[in-house]
Each structure stands twice: as C-alpha cells, then as structure tokens.
Write a protein that binds this ligand. Structure first.
Ligand code: 6PG
Length: 234
C-alpha cells in the first residue's frame, strides 16, 4: 500500500466505534456509487464484537453481499466456520452471505470451487477487512509451503485452497483463502489487530514490505489503495 494510516486505541469500545464508522461509510459509499456492495469480512475472535455492532448500523444490508476473507474446511455447523459466524450476524439483517469454503476433504478442490463461485460476483470487492495472527498470517495466507502459491497465483485467481504447515492450533484444519491478487485488488482495505505482540509483528512486516517472511507484509505490499490499520493496545 502506498499509504498506511495507523489508528491506536486503549479501549475496545473506541476501536469498535471507529471501525464500525469507517466500514459503514465505505459500504454506504459503494451503495451510492454502484447500487450494490461486495465486502469480505474475517473470522477469528477480534472481529466478532465489531461485526455484531456493525450489523446494528443503519446500512442498506439488502444490497450487500458478504464473503469471508478465508474459511476453514469444516461443515457450517462447526464452531470453526467463519461463514457461519458471519451468516448468523448478517442474514437476519437481510444481507446476502456467501461461503468461500466447503467441507470438501481436498483443499485444492475446495479452492477451485471457491474460485469458480467468486467468478460470478461483481469484482473487485468494495472492502477487504483483514485480521492477523501472531505468526504474521492474514486471511489464511500463512508462512510456509503455500505462501508463494497464494501470493503469485495470477491476477484472475481469486481464491485457493491451502494446507497450512504447521496447522494453526486454534483451528487445525485446511483452509480456502482469498489470494494476494484478490486482496490487492480491493477498492478499500482495513486491518484490525489487538495486542502488543501483533503490533510488533505488524511493524516489522510493514518495514520489510513485499520481501517479508510475514505474509501480512507481502499482502499489504500488493494492496494499491491506502490501508487503515486499527490497533487495540493491551
Ligand atoms: C481466520 C482469519 C485469520 C484471523 C487471524 C486473527 O479465520 O483464521 O480470518 O486471518 O483474522 O487469525 O485471529 P484472531 O482475531 O482470532 O486473533
């Protein structure tokens, strides 16, 4: 990203209000400009209270399509399913929520299926909202053997299946993720993190840029638009 704007917060409520305000504005502006909006929201624990508050915002949800930035290859009734969390919050508001993953056993097949489904959506996404893990992964773009595949899959490949090695302990299953190119093409992008450990990883990744071993550094390097980073301090 050409520009990175960093916003720090001491209180969770203040971070939530700021992100909800920013995302509401982005979605409403997309609706004004194009009549519909496509947004990608993350899973994980940090976004949940923010997504819950966002759902209460005065947004024309009926014209909004939401996809997860990435998902785990689990059935939708599994607690690890990102799309299930998002659907539970936003379907009652009238939004269209589409899965990115399936419970296919083979991550490569799940990736091609996701890519085919995403091909039908009006592209690029109006917003990609990213989280980050302490290993510097973002969406399901992990350090390790699949990193080059996800980052260099070509501009028309929107999603791929990945087999993280090692599997992340908090959700030890294979994944489907938006690619570096798909995230890089977003009309707007935000990154929301919490804690000093993640802040340090992110600062290093940004310094290292596109050559970083931290996936988040490479992903930020691919994003063309300015990125707002929201950071909650411990
Ligand atoms: C996922 C995510 C992932 C997440 C980070 C941070 O489904 O795993 O999309 O990239 O944002 O792992 O997760 P926490 O907010 O739970 O720390």
């Amino acid at each position: 990203a050409e520009e990175i704007e960093w916003w720090d917060f001491d209180a969770a409520e203040d971070l939530i209000d700021a992100v909800v305000g920013d995302v509401s504005f982005i979605i409403e502006s997309a609706l004004d400009a194009r009549g519909q909006a496509l947004v990608a929201f993350p899973g994980g624990s940090t976004p949940k209270p923010i997504l819950e508050k966002l759902a209460q915002a005065n947004i024309r949800w009926k014209n909004v399509t939401i996809i997860p930035t990435d998902d785990r290859l689990v059935p939708v009734d599994n607690a690890l399913s990102n799309v299930a969390m998002i659907a539970k919050i936003f379907i009652p508001k009238g939004a269209r929520v589409l899965p990115i993953a399936s419970d296919a056993a083979d991550h490569k097949l799940a990736g091609s299926a996701a890519n085919a489904r995403l091909a039908d959506l009006h592209w690029p996404p109006d917003l990609v909202w990213l989280g980050m893990g302490t290993d510097g992964h973002t969406a399901s773009i992990f350090p390790g053997p699949d990193l080059e595949l996800v980052m260099d899959s070509g501009k028309d490949v929107r999603a791929v299946g990945v087999a993280p090695d090692p599997l992340p302990p908090e959700a030890p299953v294979n994944r489907v993720t938006l690619t570096g190119a798909a995230i890089g093409a977003a009309r707007t992008a935000i990154l929301v993190i919490s804690g000093a450990q993640k802040r340090e990883v992110l600062e290093t990744a940004i310094e290292q840029g596109g050559k970083s071993a931290y996936p988040v550094g490479r992903v930020l390097d691919k994003i063309v638009v300015p990125v707002d980073i929201y950071c909650l301090d411990d």
